[in-house]
Design a protein around this ligand. Structure first.
Ligand code: SF4
Length: 419
């Protein structure tokens, strides 16, 4: 029996000729990641275990993104703890305010991720890097601590689901609609501890930003990881960024999949996931008038340049509805700067949006857009759990940047194709 793409990467990192689903392995790591919430816990564990060094100072990354610029004294203390650790071990990839972006947008942009890598991060959306043909997954802070010290961790090799993509997306439909549609099909536990391996001729029609968004939300179907084949689009993205040589892995023709899911991209409408689970996905044609109070455009899911571009094009010359607060957060400094150079920031401001420096901010109910009870938000983020963005009776509707921008203008959930 052949191996899936994920299994091949894991076998290579375990120094084994082959692995099979269910096998426990010890694998070498290319990158170990933490943020301002999870790293302090990992640092405590690291010190408690008596570790005296990191395995490779160029392969441990810490990004201060969740509660930064610091929202309160506790957040400031947590960042100070990370800063002190990074200085002590001379970490090459410590990203503080002024350099930081939302981690899963930042690491690929900075060239820290290569195809064929094995990456762990103390953050569940670490699975984003599968868009670049890497195996990457979220872990707890204790695993991060051991990973920082030893450069290794253990995995149970996952089974895989093949997601076969055909066709091409319609205008104003994006990767966000694809992943909401998929989670709507299989549910939030539809891929529990399995790999979602995307393939088929439809992949070529997806931009890198689409793929990063789809891989990012694979965890919302319970997946261990989501992964895309490496093609010319991937290579063009990597070649301008990463200094490290990378390895392209392909699934064997006889690889074992527990199931195959077929998706015709041309059949997907703009899609909205209703409260309080990402699986509550509905095509926009089935969404009736839902008045909203807030719109968030940003996050590790949809804070990239294409997301800003589509939002700016829709908001150009328009005004945000008077009862709506629209907050736009480019995910990294580079994206923020490009938005400035292209005039998108002026477009957002003229439309009545608040524009923020990169931060996770409201995505996890931290700051910069926490909601009162009873309020409703259309968000390009990835989770709409009870109370995720504020009061426990507030509601989050997950959608693409196009739907979010159209909704900000309309003051209710709206189809961007109708603007
Ligand atoms: Fe987590 Fe949201 Fe930050 Fe992404 S933007 S890393 S989901 S808090």
């Amino acid at each position: 029996m052949g191996m899936t793409m994920t299994q091949k990467i894991l076998a290579a990192h375990a120094g084994l000729p082959a692995v099979k689903a269910g096998q426990l392995i010890r694998a070498k790591l290319d990158i170990v990641l933490g943020n301002d919430i999870t790293s302090p816990v990992a640092i405590r564990e690291f010190e408690k275990e008596g570790f005296t060094g990191v395995f490779d100072k160029s392969r441990v990354a810490m990004v201060m993104d969740h509660f930064t610029p610091n929202k309160d004294i506790k957040a400031a203390e947590q960042c100070l703890q990370c800063r002190t650790f990074a200085k002590r071990f001379d970490l090459d990839n410590f990203y503080d305010v002024g350099q930081m972006g939302v981690e899963h947008a930042l690491l690929p942009e900075k060239g820290l991720v290569g195809a064929g890598d094995c990456i762990i991060g103390a953050d569940s959306h670490t699975c984003t890097y599968g868009a670049l043909g890497a195996f990457s997954t979220g872990v707890g802070s204790t695993d991060m601590a051991a990973g920082m010290a030893t450069g290794e961790t253990w995995f149970k090799v996952p089974e895989a689901i093949k997601v076969h993509l055909t066709g091409k997306l319609q205008p104003l439909v994006s990767g966000k609609d694809v992943i909401l549609h998929l989670i709507g099909m299989i549910g939030v536990d539809g891929a529990l501890y399995q790999s979602l391996e995307y393939c088929g001729e439809g992949v070529a029609a997806l931009s890198m930003d689409d793929r990063l968004c789809i891989a990012n939300m694979s965890i919302e179907a319970g997946a261990k990881n989501g992964i895309f084949p490496v093609d010319d689009i991937t290579k063009a993205y990597l070649d301008g960024r990463t200094q490290r040589p990378y390895t392209v892995y392909e699934a064997d023709p006889d690889a074992d999949y527990v199931r195959t899911i077929e998706i015709d991209l041309s059949s997907i409408e703009p899609t909205v996931s209703f409260p309080h689970l990402p699986e509550n996905a509905k095509p926009i044609s089935q969404v009736e008038d839902i008045r909203i109070d807030q719109v968030i455009i940003g996050s590790c899911t949809n804070g990239r340049l294409e997301d800003m571009e589509v939002a700016a094009k829709l908001l150009e010359g328009k005004k945000v509805a008077s009862h709506v607060r629209c907050i736009v957060m480019p995910a990294t400094q580079e994206i923020f700067k490009t938005c400035s150079e292209r005039g998108y920031l002026s477009t957002f401001i003229d439309a009545g949006c608040a524009v923020s420096t990169p931060t996770c901010g409201p995505c996890l109910g931290g700051h910069m857009g926490v909601m009162a009870n009873g309020e409703r938000c259309v968000a390009t983020t990835n989770r709409n759990f009870v109370g995720r963005m504020g009061g426990i009776t507030s509601e989050i509707y997950l959608a693409s940047p196009a739907v979010a921008a159209a909704s900000a203008i309309a003051g209710k959930i709206a189809d961007p194709r109708g603007l």
